[in-house]
Design a protein around this ligand. Structure first.
Ligand code: NDP
Length: 382
């Protein structure tokens, strides 16, 4: 049976991995909408290859270019933030949410409001909107499938179990490219060094988040919303090989873990085929060749981001949205050479200290907090 699919952020790393699997299973899927921010040529190429019904470019100024690239194909072209949300609201069997950052929040919510099934890679949307999003998911009968490898691992370990039997959930972290670096070395780290992740091939923003360990902190918050076991039952452990993707310990002290190669196509396949399974092109896991798996406690003196995230979700309310927005500004500033690597977490902490608005009760309030937190963080750049 053919299923329908929309990919928000089709031109990115997660988008490409998803489409690689779809390409290998063309008869099983019909592509409804593909979206991008500014990469018109890649978006048009993918829309043509997969025969999408509509292609949407978020940067509206690029719409004429997209129209021209799709002329004569019968594929609808659209542009701008509103068009992105309208495309996300088209009914499909599965929406892959793979836009990077808070920019993904409005389209994800549009899909949620349709009561759709959403494979969520875009963790920033959930971190930022938190209870506003989880309440909307419940209200509209939507389904969130965790696509982040750690959360997908936890989701798989929880299958057939009861959440009330969970004693502890442990998120694994590779530790990123600077795992063994001193603070002095990290002070001088370049963007090229920060995005060179030892295990995963990902977009620039999440690669920097992995280097600061902010990614694991954001995932801690994401896990809190997806798996409501209580913050005191969530842990982070450093596991440099990225083979064990997370673990769930139950009250009888039995621990289940999910293992796999560090390739996003494994958790993506789990979401595409859910509740079943599908083939992937990856080699079987060869534990004898890997030899050793190691685990370490995180070092929050060198990597304060996980502490900031834990404190933000403990504080609750607007703090996670402020943290996420501040981090996006700081990461962009680092990538453009404006600040040192170690300033990223420092700027996030400064914004959290200076700006503490009341908890958002609606999506509009989340956006307002996000905007103001970005302004506040930018002031720190001057
Ligand atoms: P990329 O930077 O590779 O891709 C981002 C995608 O979002 C692109 O399609 C990009 O379009 C689009 N986009 C960027 N900005 C906007 C905007 N303002 N409005 C609309 N669309 C936009 O990111 P990744 O694929 O690495 O990550 C995507 C999400 O998945 C992130 O939230 C990340 O944390 C999460 N994730 C990623 C993993 C990975 O392995 N990469 C693993 C787990 C989670 P364009 O190409 O035109 O710029």
């Amino acid at each position: 049976m053919t299923r329908t699919l929309t990919i928000l952020g089709a031109t990115g790393s997660v988008g490409a991995s998803t489409l690689d699997l779809i390409r290998r299973n063309r008869d099983a899927w019909r592509v409804e909408a593909l979206t991008a921010n500014g990469n018109v040529s890649e978006l048009a190429r993918l829309a043509r290859e997969f025969g999408a019904a509509i292609a949407v470019i978020a940067d509206e100024a690029r719409l004429p270019e997209l129209r021209e690239a799709l002329a004569g194909t019968g594929i609808e072209a659209a542009g701008g933030a509103q068009a992105l949300c309208e495309a996300a609201a088209r009914p499909v069997d599965l929406t892959v949410a793979a836009i990077v950052g808070g920019a993904g929040l409005a389209p994800v919510m549009a899909a949620v409001e349709q009561g759709g099934t959403i494979a969520l890679a875009n963790k920033e949307a959930l971190v930022s909107a938190g209870e506003v999003m989880t309440a909307a998911v419940a209200r509209h009968g939507a389904t969130l499938l965790p696509m982040d490898s750690e959360h997908n691992a936890i989701f798989q370990c929880l299958a057939g179990n009861r959440i009330k039997d969970v004693a502890r959930i442990t998120l694994t972290a590779s530790g990123g490219p600077f795992r063994a670096w001193s603070l002095e070395q990290m002070d001088a780290a370049t963007p090229a060094q920060a995005v060179a992740h030892p295990n995963w091939d990902m977009g620039a923003k999440i690669s920097v988040d992995s280097a600061t360990m902010m990614n694991k902190g954001l995932e801690f918050i994401e896990a809190h919303h997806l798996f409501p076991v209580g913050l005191d039952r969530l842990r982070i452990i450093v596991h440099p090989q990225s083979v064990v993707h997370s673990l769930v310990e139950f009250r009888d002290r039995s621990t289940l873990a999910q293992l796999g190669p560090p390739d996003m196509r494994v958790p993506i396949a789990s979401c595409l085929a859910w509740p079943g399974r599908m083939d992937t092109p990856m080699q079987p896991l060869d534990l004898a060749a890997i030899g050793q798996l190691s685990f370490f406690a995180p070092d929050e003196a060198r990597f304060p981001a996980t502490r900031l995230c834990r404190e933000a979700i403990q504080a609750g309310g607007a703090a996670p949205a402020v943290l996420n927005a501040a981090n996006e500004v700081a990461v962009a500033a680092f990538l453009s050479g404006q600040i040192a690597f170690t300033r990223i977490a420092a700027m996030v902490e400064e914004t959290l200290t200076r700006y503490s608005p009341p908890a958002p009760g609606s999506l509009g309030e989340v956006f307002a907090i996000d905007r103001e937190a970005r302004v506040q963080t930018m002031l720190e750049l001057n």
